[in-house]
Write a protein that binds this ligand. Structure first.
Ligand code: MLT
Length: 265
């Protein structure tokens, strides 16, 4: 379930389930592949679903950063090479979406279709870059707890956070198990990511955009901008969901992905 491969400079864990057309799912920050558990369970009934723990996350080793989105994309490309896979449906949530943009730029022939969940095309502002560096230094000094406390309240709606403490606990454990080196590497990599807006108009693969109506980190307006720029893309707004739609509204997200896959396969 969680095999490991040695890449150039680190060991990467990934989950591989099912058989059929391949789907690769890239998780957000500072998470791991289990944020896709509900989608892996559903889609692996008739697809090969690959979900890596990106460098420095989950069980994959942390190397000194920054983890640029190009580096994360190249890790995923090497993994797909080693697994002998051709073009895949590539999904990414938030940071996973930033990495998916980098992947689409570097390896366009390997992307059969894209699923962009709770993500955005723009680069960080200078203020956001400075904030990420402060966060990286604070996590390296004091551990992840402070950052996790700030982030966790934005991941689910208030309603879900109150009614489903077990889900919040699962998420907190996932975030707090990410090593300080991994968190700092990802923060510094995200701060360096380029603006992907110019890529959008040139994209020619079927694209599904998913966003939680109450996502305050990557908003409905960010999703609409992507949808307006990517030719023929489809936008699905998930009601009563915030940033982590895959965990908060798994059935709705699964249905949207299923409908999309039927259209593209
Ligand atoms: C994520 O969920 O991956 C992060 O919130 C993305 C970000 O910090 O920009």
């Amino acid at each position: 379930m969680s095999p490991r491969i040695g890449l150039n400079d680190f060991d990467m864990y990934y989950s591989s389930s099912g058989s059929g057309h391949p789907v690769a799912l890239l998780h957000g920050f500072p998470l791991d592949h289990t944020m896709w558990k509900a989608q892996i369970d559903e889609l692996s009934k008739d697809h090969r679903v690959i979900a890596p723990d990106l460098r420095g996350h989950g069980r994959s080793q942390a190397t000194p950063g920054p983890y640029t989105m190009d580096l994360l994309a190249s890790d995923v490309n090497t993994l797909l090479d080693r697994l002998g896979l051709g073009p895949v449906v590539l999904g990414g949530l938030s940071m996973g979406g930033y990495a998916a943009f980098a992947f689409a730029r570097q390896y366009p022939n390997r992307v059969k279709a894209l699923i962009l969940a709770d993500t955005k095309a723009e680069a960080d502002t200078p203020e956001a870059q400075a904030r990420r560096e402060e966060q990286a230094q604070s996590v390296l000094k004091d551990g992840p707890r402070g950052l996790v406390d700030q982030m966790i309240v934005k991941m689910f709606t208030g309603k879900t956070s109150t009614s489903n403490p077990a889900l919040v606990e699962r998420l907190r454990n996932m975030m707090e198990s990410t090593s300080p080196t991994g968190i700092a590497g990802a923060l510094r990599g995200m701060a360096r990511r380029p603006d992907s807006t110019p890529l959008l108009r040139s994209m020619r693969v079927p694209t599904l955009i998913i966003v939680g109506r109450e996502d305050s980190l990557t908003t409905v307006s960010d999703a609409e901008k992507m949808a307006n720029s990517i030719p023929g893309s489809q936008l699905v707004v998930i009601p009563e969901a915030a940033h982590l739609t895959t965990m908060e509204k798994p059935s709705e997200v699964n249905s949207a992905i299923r409908r999309f896959l039927q259209r593209v396969e």
